[in-house]
Design a protein around this ligand. Structure first.
Ligand code: AMP
Length: 176
């Protein structure tokens, strides 16, 4: 995978959604068929030997590569969604974001204790969102949890929020 080519294809948008945030727009990656395939293949290579049985994607940009990866891994796909979207009984967690506070939910019957779970989101900033997602998945006591991001903003040190037993990987890292 050509990381520099992929980095060049990410659109950086200044002051979105609020002043001071440099937003990494991944729609410019997903619209390119070659890059979309390279990203899916790259993620598959990371996890193909891990016996993943469920890929958990976080609303909404985790819903793009998450299901593509689930199909490749022969795993199921589980959505984590914002409040009021999932129709059946849920677990809920609240968390701080790089911009604002939020909550996320997962269906109570989405995962079982035999599952090996891969949580996926597009981007790791402060780690608040994925930290809450890990706490949600902990409710199910799965056999193992892996955490994956397409992009990691290393300077925000989001990795620090995760316990050591959770393996974290990202395809593309930015150190500024
Ligand atoms: P955090 O909880 O701080 O790790 O933020 C991660 C979540 O917020 C992900 O779902 C991202 O899609 C979104 N996000 C946070 N910061 C950015 C950014 N600079 N560019 C694009 N998305 C971001």
């Amino acid at each position: 995978m050509n990381i520099e080519k992929i980095k060049k294809a990410v659109r950086n948008v200044s002051d979105f959604p609020i002043p001071g945030i440099q937003f990494k727009d991944v729609t410019t990656l997903f619209k390119d068929p070659d890059i979309l395939r390279e990203l899916t293949d790259g993620l598959y290579e990371l996890y193909k030997d891990k016996c993943i049985s469920k890929v958990v994607g976080i609303e909404s940009r985790g819903f793009i590569l998450g299901p593509l990866l689930a199909v490749r891994l022969n795993a199921g796909f589980v959505p984590i969604r914002k409040p009021g979207k999932l129709p059946a009984a849920v677990f809920e967690e609240s968390y701080e974001k790089e911009y604002g506070t939020d909550s996320i939910q997962i269906h109570r019957d989405a995962i079982d204790s035999n599952d090996v779970v891969l949580l996926h989101d597009d981007l790791l900033a402060t780690g608040g969102t994925m930290g809450a997602a890990v706490n949600l998945v902990r409710n199910f006591h799965p056999r193992k949890m892996y955490v994956n991001f397409l992009i990691e903003l290393e300077d925000l040190k989001g990795r620090g929020v995760f316990p050591p037993e959770v393996q974290i990987d990202s395809l593309i890292k930015y150190d500024i």
